[in-house]
Design a protein. Structure first.
Lengths: 463, 463
C-alpha cells in the first residue's frame, strides 16, 4: 500500500471546499415521502460523479430514480458504492436552525456541527465519499479500485424499488463488494462496525366503519357513540391483541423462525458488552431506561436478535385545537415490523393478516409497502477485515456488532448480487430521523480519510 | 290566547328578510375552539337584541363572553332564552360549498337548504328566534312574556365558563322557565321533544416517555423500539383496559350510580318505540348497524340510559405523507364521558384517575376540561306541556324522549337557577358537527311560527 499521508494532507488543505460540497448536498431538500427536491438532488449526485471523470446516469424506476455511475480505474478489483440521496420529512418538527439551511453551529457542546436534515443520514457521508475520491485522484492521478455507484432515492421509503433496479441491472452492478459509508463513531469517539441489518416490513392499518357498524363516510356526533360502534375503539382493542404489555409480539407463530444467536454471535455479544455503554444509548435518545431490566450481552441480545412491531404514528378523529365531540369514521396507524434471521417478509405479512382474521378484524385495511429481509456478514469475511484494518489505521479499535437494530436493503448485495458488503467510516453525527439531525464538522474530515484508507485496504484483498 | 294567524302571515310576508338574517348569522364564523370570529358574532347577537328594543350586554367571562339581554314587556311571566353563538371547527372537512358561505342549495333531494356550519347547531334557530320575536312585536306591538337572553360562546367547548356566569348572575337570570330553540323535526317531519340531556366530561389523555421509559422529548428512530418502550403501545394497552370490546366501560364501580329507568321512563320508552324509526338514525349517520342486536325500547334504553366513553380523536407520531420509521415520544387522545342520572362529573373523574393508577399509568396526563351533569324534566311539567301544545297547534304529534344522547348544560337551569326548561321548535336540519351541516329553508319558516306559538303557550301557564 502506498503511503496515504499526501492524500490526507490534501483533505486537510482542501477541507473548506469539501465542507462546502457537503453543505450543498444537505441544503438541497430531497424528501422522498413528499417528493420535494428529488430531481434536483439526483442531478447534484450525478454531477458529482461526472466531476470525478466518471460516467453517470439517472436511471428511472417505478419510483424515484437511482443515480448510477462508474469510474473505470483499470484496476483488478471493483467496489460498488451504495448510498441514498433521499431524507426523512421534517414536517411538524421543531428545529434550532432551518432544517435545510446548511448552518454550522456549536450544537450542545459538541463543537462545530452541521445541523441539517440528512447531515448524517446519509448525505453527509455521501458528499464526504465524493470528497475522498476527489482527493485520491488529485494526489495519485487515479483510484486504487474501479468504482461503481448506486445511489438510491427511496431508502426512507423502505427502498421500495431498489429490488426492481438491482434485479434489472445485475450485470452493471457486478463488483467484488459493496460499501455503504456512514459516520460510525459514537459520541465518545468509538467506531462502531455493524455486520448486518434487520429486515423491515412497513404497513398502514386502517379501521373504518362498514358492514360491522360504525360511521362509514364521515365522523358523526360523539353522542351517537351510545349505540353506534367506534372504529377507534375497535382499532385499539385490535392493536392491543398484537403485543403483550411488554411489547412482545402476540401474533401466533411469530417467533417460529427467529434464529437464536449462534456461538459466533454470542462471542460478538460478549466482546461487545465489554465496551458497550448503555448509558450513552439512553442519553443520545433522551430516554431514562430500557424496556428490559437487563444489562450487557443480555440487553444487547434483545436489541439485536428480536423482531419488533413498532407504531410510527396513529391518527384518527379530531386532534386539532379545542374540543370536538366526534365519533370518527376511521383511524389509521402507520406501523412496521423489523425482521431478524431467519424471518421472511412474506411470512410476516401472512401471519399478521391471519392474526387480523383470527381476532375478527379481517375487514381492516392493511396497506403493505415493499419490505425486505435482513442481511448479515461474518466478522471473518475479508471485506469485514478490510474495514477493521481501515479503522485500526487511525489507532482506533472498532466495536463490532453482529447487526444493527435498523434496516437497509443489503440483502440485495448478499442474496441478489451475491457480493460481500460492509458499512463504516469514521466521523460522528446523530438525531437521525429527528429534529436537529447533526454531523460534527471535524468528523466529516476524519470520515473522508477513513474512506480513503478503506479503498486501499479493499484494493489489497487477495481472495 | 289571541289568534296568531296575523303573526304567521307576517312571517310569511317577511320571510325573505328573515332568511337573510339567518344567513348573516351563519356566515359569520364563530369557532370557539379556534377563537375565530367570536367578537364579531357576539356583536351581531347583541345588536339583534337592541333591534328588538331590548337592552343587551356582552359580558366577559374567563372564556368567551356571554351575550346577555332583556326585553321587559310588562308581563307577569318571564322566559329566559338560552342559546349559543359558537360553532364547531371545520378544519379537515370536505364541504360541497364553503362552510361559511351561507349558500342555499337543493341538498341531496331535501329541497332548498342552507348549507353552512351552524345552520342547525345552533345559529339557524338562534336567528330564527329573533325573527319570531320581531314578528310578534311588529304585529302586536309587544310580547306575551318578558324575555331574557343568555347566549353563550362556549357550548362547543362544553360550556366551560357558563357555570361561572350563571352563578354570578343568578338574580339577573331569574325567570319562570328557560327555552332553547332547536329544529326538532326529523327527516320524516316528526317533531322530537327531548326532556333532558346527558352530562359530559371532556378530557385529553397524554402518554409520553418518562421515568418509566420511552423517548421523553422527541420521536427517535423506530429501530430503537427493540429495547426502548413505546408511549404509543403503552397508551393503546392502557386504553384497551378502559372498555370491553363491546365498548362497555370497564372502569371499577363506573356503573354504581347509573339509575335504571323508572316506570315513567319505561312508559316513555315504549311509547317512543312505536314511532321510533331506527333505520332513519342509521341512514342519517351513514351507519349500517347499531352496536347492539336490539330493537325498540331495548335499543332506546341503551342509547338513553347508559354512559359512554368516547374517543373524539387520537394522534401521535408520524401521520403525514410517506413512511417514517419513528418511535414517538407521545400520543394524545381527546375523549369524553357522557353521564346519565345519577352520575356526577367529579365522581367520574375520580374513578377514571383511580383506574389509571390501578393499571400502573398514574403518570399519564389527564387534562380535564370543565364538564357538567345531566338534567331532565318530567313530561308532565307545565313547560313540557306548553311545548307539546305548541307543536300540536301545527297538527303534529311530538315524539317524546326521556332525554337525548347529547349534552347541554341545562343543570344550570334545573339545579342552579331552579327553573323548568324545555327545548324544541319545528324545522329540520342535520349533519351537525359534520361537513355539510344544513337546515331546510322551509323548516326555518315553520320554526319561527312554532316559537311564536310556544311564547303564547308559555305565557298562558298558570302555576
Amino acid at each position: 500500500m502506498p503511503p496515504l499521508k499526501p492524500i490526507f494532507d490534501h483533505i486537510d488543505k482542501r477541507f473548506h471546499q469539501h465542507l462546502e460540497k457537503v453543505r450543498t448536498f444537505v441544503r438541497q431538500p430531497s424528501i422522498s415521502g413528499e417528493g420535494t427536491g428529488m430531481a434536483e438532488m439526483a442531478e447534484l449526485v450525478a454531477g458529482a460523479i461526472l466531476e470525478l471523470g466518471g460516467r453517470s446516469e439517472i436511471v428511472p424506476t417505478s419510483g424515484w430514480p437511482v443515480v448510477y455511475g462508474e469510474i473505470n480505474a483499470g484496476k483488478p478489483r471493483t467496489l460498488l458504492l451504495y448510498g441514498m440521496y433521499d431524507v426523512q420529512p421534517v414536517v411538524g418538527e421543531d428545529w434550532i436552525v432551518p432544517p435545510f439551511g446548511g448552518e454550522i453551529v456549536d450544537y450542545e457542546g459538541r463543537g462545530l456541527c452541521l445541523v441539517n436534515r440528512g447531515a448524517t443520514n446519509q448525505k453527509g457521508p455521501l458528499a464526504g465519499m465524493f470528497n475522498a475520491l476527489e482527493s485520491v485522484k488529485a494526489v495519485t492521478g487515479g483510484l486504487p479500485v474501479n468504482v461503481k455507484f448506486m445511489i438510491e432515492g427511496e431508502e426512507e421509503l423502505g427502498s421500495r424499488h431498489l429490488p426492481e433496479f438491482v434485479n434489472r441491472h445485475r450485470d452493471r452492478l457486478a463488483a467484488d463488494g459493496t460499501y455503504f459509508g456512514v459516520f460510525s463513531q459514537n459520541a465518545k469517539g468509538k467506531p462502531i462496525l455493524y455486520l448486518g441489518v434487520k429486515g423491515i416490513v412497513f404497513f398502514e392499518l386502517v379501521s373504518r366503519g362498514g358492514a360491522w357498524g360504525g360511521p362509514t363516510t364521515r365522523g358523526i356526533h360523539g353522542s351517537q357513540g351510545a349505540w353506534i360502534a367506534s372504529p377507534v375503539w375497535r382499532m385499539l382493542h385490535a392493536m392491543a391483541t398484537m403485543t403483550e404489555p411488554d411489547e412482545r409480539i402476540a401474533i401466533e407463530g411469530f417467533y417460529d423462525n427467529v434464529k437464536p444467536p449462534e456461538a459466533e454471535d454470542e462471542k460478538l455479544l460478549s466482546d461487545l458488552a465489554k465496551t458497550f455503554d448503555p448509558e450513552l444509548v439512553l442519553r443520545e435518545n433522551d430516554v431514562r431506561r430500557f424496556r428490559y431490566d437487563l444489562a450487557g450481552a443480555d440487553l444487547l441480545r434483545r436489541y439485536l436478535f428480536e423482531p419488533i412491531l413498532n407504531i410510527d404514528g396513529i391518527a384518527g378523529g379530531h386532534y386539532g385545537a379545542g374540543s370536538k365531540t366526534l365519533l370518527p369514521h376511521e383511524v389509521r396507524a402507520k406501523m412496521h415490523f423489523r425482521l431478524v434471521p431467519d424471518m421472511e417478509p412474506q411470512e410476516v405479512r401472512s401471519k399478521f393478516l391471519a392474526h387480523l382474521e383470527k381476532i375478527g378484524c379481517g375487514d381492516f385495511e392493511a396497506h403493505f409497502e415493499e419490505g425486505y429481509p435482513w442481511a448479515v456478514m461474518s466478522p471473518s469475511a475479508p471485506i469485514s477485515q478490510a474495514m477493521i484494518r481501515a479503522i485500526r489505521a487511525f489507532d482506533l479499535e472498532p466495536q463490532v456488532w453482529p447487526n444493527i437494530g435498523g434496516s437497509a436493503p443489503f440483502y440485495l448485495f448478499s442474496r441478489v448480487l451475491k457480493q460481500p458488503f460492509t458499512m463504516g467510516g469514521l466521523g460522528h453525527g446523530g438525531r437521525v430521523h429527528s429534529p436537529n439531525e447533526f454531523a460534527v464538522v471535524d468528523g466529516i474530515r476524519l470520515y473522508e480519510k477513513s474512506v480513503v484508507q478503506f479503498l486501499y485496504e479493499f484494493a489489497g484483498i487477495r481472495e
